[in-house]
Design a protein around this ligand. Structure first.
Ligand SMILES: [Cu+2]
Length: 155
């Protein structure tokens, strides 16, 4: 009986199980998904389980993601009164500057700059990475008045 080792990747686990049963199938084609870069090119939402929550809010762009420095997208978002905490209770979230770990691969940040005002949807997964995934992003009229503290450009 062969010793079965796997590196944590589900397809390897399945492959190893098959090898154990059949003793013929090679583990070819089995490789890890690349780590999410946390940036605009970062990762994929494929393979993620269903989101725990999804929110729509508006925000000021504070910093764009940069894979090199591992800087995530930083947004100063408006209050999200319906925000659900890890325990499942509605705890609300005040307006704040917050990192958004990942952006869905179909979303382009081309033409988006710090200081821009945006509308966005994002998903929260408390037990998976990324914990926050931006799934929609839309530039707003610069004249839009965001309800955020003035320190980063709100009014
Ligand atoms: Cu927040």
């Amino acid at each position: 009986m062969a010793v079965i080792r796997y590196s944590g990747c589900v397809c390897c686990m399945v492959g190893a199980a098959l090898v154990a049963m059949l003793s013929v199938l090679p583990l070819s084609g089995c490789r890890r998904e690349p780590e999410p870069a946390g940036g605009r090119a970062g990762g994929t939402s494929a393979g993620l389980g269903p989101a725990d929550q999804k929110y729509t809010t508006r925000a000021l762009v504070v910093a764009l993601p940069d894979a090199g420095s591992r800087q995530p997208l930083m947004l100063h978002h408006e209050e999200i009164p319906e925000f659900v905490g890890k325990s499942g209770e509605i705890i609300g979230m005040k307006e704040m500057v917050m990192p958004f770990e990942q952006i869905a691969p179909d979303i382009s940040l081309d033409g988006v700059l710090p200081g821009d005002k945006i509308g966005l949807d994002f998903e929260v997964r408390w037990k998976q990475r990324p914990r926050t995934l931006v799934t929609r992003l839309e530039k707003l009229d610069p004249a839009t008045v965001l309800h955020i503290a003035p320190k980063s450009g709100g009014e």
